[in-house]
Design a protein around this ligand. Structure first.
Ligand code: NOJ
Length: 536
C-alpha cells in the first residue's frame, strides 16, 4: 500500500458474524430472517462493529441450513425476499455498516436445477458441471476420498451408473471448476450481488474448490490414532489446497477488484483451515492477489489448556511472522461450526479472549452472541437439527450447540421470536441477554462494546504495528503503535496476581472497574487484561 494512502475499510473494520436463522425472527415462525437483521442494525451500529457477514439465506432445502444452495440469486422465503435484502443493505450502508455474503461456491444443493440436469443423463449439457466418475473396477467408489460428514466423498447415482463427488453431505454435490462454464456461472452470481451493493464475500470451503485432476488416492495419515475422526485417517493432499483452487480464487478477486474503488473496496475472505505456511498462500501474491485475508482459526483451534500467556505469544508470533508483507492478519474466536468460546474457556478467560481478539493486529470477526458470553446449548439427541451431526454422531454431538437463538431479553421467546424457536433458547437467557447486560456496567457486553469503541478511536489499535514486550511468567504483553501513538496490552492469563513494570494511563481493564493513571508497577489481578497508554 502507498504510504499516505487511506487505510482500506476492511483493515479497520470489525466483522460481526450473523447466523441469520438464529439472530432475530420477525414473522413468528421461530426462524431468524432478513427483516430481523434489519431490525437489529441499530444494535450492531451501537455495539461498534463495521461489517456484518450474513450466513447463507438463498433458497435451499436447508439440509445444511443454507450451505446447500438451490438458487444463488434469490432469498429463501423462510428468510424473506429480495426486496427485504435490498432494504437491509441500504439501511446497513446508511449506518456505515458493510455487508458481506456467504458465497457457497464449492458445491450446490442436489436440488439445484444445475445438478438435477447434470444427473438426468450422461450426455446432459450440465453433466460436466459436477464431478462424475465411473465406479472403481470393484464396483465401489472411484477412490478413497472421504467426506467431512462421514463416509466416502462419493455417492453412486444408480440412474446413470456413475458416482458424483461431495466433500460434505451427498445432498451437496461438488461443482467442477475445471469446466470454465462453472467459473463463469459463479462469477455471474457474484456480479448479481455486487450490483445489489454487497461489500464482499466469505468463500465457503475455499480450500476445496478443485481436486486432483488424476483422482489419486489420498495417502494414510501416520498420525491417525483410534478416537480421531475417520476422515483424519487420510492426508488430504489431493483434495485440499490444489493450485487450481488458487486460480479460481484469483478469478474471484479480479472480479471484486473491478467492482472496487478507493473507500469502496469489495472484499474476499476465504474459509481455510490450514497451518500457517499453507494458510498464507491464500493471500496470493502482490501481483496476483487472492483473498484480502483467509480467516485465521488458530484461536478457535487452540485447546483450552493451551490458553496460556506463553502459548498465545508463540501462536501470535508464529502467525505474524508467516504473513507476507502485504498480508493483513485476521482473528476469529468462534463460528457456527465450533463450540462457543465461553464454553471452551469459561467466563473469566472469555473476557481475556475478547480483549485479545480486539487488540491484536488484524481484522477481528465476532460471532453473534459471543459478546454476551452465550454458551453452547445442550440439545437432546432426538432434538438435533444439524443433519451432519445426526448422521455422523447419531445426534450425540452436533453444531446446533453453537447456533442457539440470540437472547435479546427475558421475555418467553427471549425477544428472538414470538413463536417456537427452531432450536432451544440458551437456558440462562432470562439473566444472560442484551437488555440485562446493558444494565450491568461490568458485563461482557459492556466490555466488548468498550473495546470496539476504543479500537475505533485508537489508530494504534486498529492499524498499528505489533511487538511483544517482556513480562513475568503467566503474562502476555504487547505494544501496538503507529508513528504518533503507542498503546500496550497486558494480559494476565494466570490465576495469581502479577506485577508488571509499566507506567501510564489505564484505558481499560477487562474487569471494567479501573481507569486512569496507574501506579508503577501495575498489579494485575488473576485473569485481568489492561490496556495502557504508556507515559511518554
Ligand atoms: C463450512 C460451513 O461453515 C459449514 O457450516 C458448512 O457445513 C460447510 N462449509 C459446507 O458448506
Amino acid at each position: 500500500m502507498d504510504a499516505g494512502a487511506p487505510v482500506p475499510w476492511w483493515r479497520i473494520a470489525v466483522v460481526y458474524h450473523v447466523y441469520v436463522r438464529s439472530f432475530q425472527d420477525t414473522d413468528g415462525d421461530g426462524v431468524g430472517d432478513l427483516p430481523g437483521v434489519l431490525q437489529r442494525l441499530d444494535y450492531l451500529a451501537d455495539l461498534g462493529v463495521e461489517a456484518v457477514w450474513l450466513s447463507p439465506f438463498y433458497p435451499s432445502p436447508q439440509r445444511d441450513f443454507g450451505y446447500d444452495v438451490a438458487e444463488y440469486r434469490d432469498v429463501d422465503p423462510v428468510f424473506g425476499t429480495l426486496a427485504d435484502f435490498d432494504r437491509l443493505i441500504s439501511q446497513a450502508h446508511a449506518r456505515g455498516l458493510r455487508v458481506i455474503l456467504d458465497l457457497v461456491a464449492n458445491h450446490t444443493s442436489s436440488d439445484h436445477p444445475w445438478f438435477v440436469e447434470s444427473r438426468s443423463h450422461r450426455m446432459s449439457a450440465k453433466r460436466e458441471w459436477y464431478v462424475w466418475r465411473d465406479p472403481h473396477p470393484d464396483g465401489g467408489p472411484p477412490n478413497n476420498w472421504l467426506s467431512f460428514f462421514g463416509g466416502p466423498a462419493w455417492t453412486l447415482d444408480p440412474h446413470t451408473g456413475q458416482y458424483y463427488l461431495h466433500h460434505y453431505l451427498p445432498e451437496q454435490p461438488d461443482l467442477n471448476y475445471r469446466n470454465p462454464e462453472v467459473l463463469e456461472a459463479m462469477l455471474e452470481v457474484m456480479r448479481f450481488w455486487l450490483e445489489r451493493g454487497v461489500d464482499g464475500f466469505r468463500v465457503d470451503s475455499a480450500s476445496h474448490l478443485v481436486e486432483d485432476a488424476h483422482f489419486r488416492d489420498e495417502p494414510p495419515n501416520p498420525a491417525w490414532r483410534p478416537g480421531m475422526r475417520e476422515r483424519d485417517r487420510l492426508l488430504h493432499v489431493h483434495t485440499e489446497h490444489q493450485p487450481e483452487t488458487h486460480e479460481v480464487l484469483r478469478h474471484f478477486r479480479t472480479l471484486l477488484d473491478r467492482y472496487s474503488e478507493p473507500g469502496r473496496e469489495r472484499i474476499l475472505i476465504g474459509e481455510v483451515y490450514a497451518p500457517n505456511p499453507i494458510l498464507v498462500s491464500y493471500y496470493g501474491t502482490s501481483e496476483s492477489p487472492e483473498c484480502h485475508f483467509p480467516f485465521n482459526f488458530a484461536l478457535v483451534d487452540l485447546p483450552a489448556e493451551r490458553w496460556t500467556a506463553e502459548d498465545l505469544k508463540a501462536l501470535v508470533e508464529a502467525y505474524e511472522s508467516s504473513l507476507p508483507d502485504w498480508g493483513w492478519p485476521s482473528w476469529v474466536l468462534g463460528n457456527h461450526d465450533r463450540p462457543r468460546v465461553a464454553s471452551r474457556l469459561g467466563e473469566e478467560r472469555t473476557r481475556l479472549a475478547h480483549f485479545l481478539l480486539l487488540t491484536l493486529r488484524g481484522t477481528p470477526t465476532l460471532y453473534y452472541g459471543d459478546e454476551l458470553a452465550v454458551r453452547d446449548v445442550e440439545i437432546l439427541p432426538d432434538q438435533v437439527r444439524d443433519l451432519p451431526g445426526l448422521r455422523e454422531y447419531g445426534g450425540r454431538w452436533s453444531r446446533d450447540a453453537a447456533r442457539a437463538p440470540m437472547p435479546w431479553d427475558d421475555s418467553p421467546g427471549a425477544g428472538f421470536t414470538t413463536g417456537t424457536p427452531w432450536l432451544p433458547l440458551p437456558p440462562d437467557f432470562r439473566v444472560r441477554n442484551v437488555v440485562a447486560q446493558r444494565q450491568d456496567p461490568g458485563s461482557m457486553l459492556h466490555l466488548v462494546r468498550h473495546l470496539l469503541h476504543l479500537r475505533r478511536q485508537t489508530p494504534a489499535l486498529s492499524v498499528g504495528a505489533y511487538r511483544s514486550l517482556p513480562t513475568p511468567p503467566g503474562v502476555y504483553a504487547y505494544e501496538r503503535f503507529t508513528d504518533r501513538e503507542r498503546v500496550q496490552a497486558v494480559l494476565n492469563f494466570s490465576d495469581r496476581t502479577r506485577s508488571v513494570e509499566a507506567a501510564g494511563e489505564i484505558l481499560l481493564s477487562t474487569h471494567l472497574d479501573r481507569f486512569g493513571r496507574g501506579r508503577t508497577p501495575v498489579e494485575l489481578r488473576p485473569y485481568e487484561g489492561i490496556l495502557l497508554r504508556p507515559s511518554a
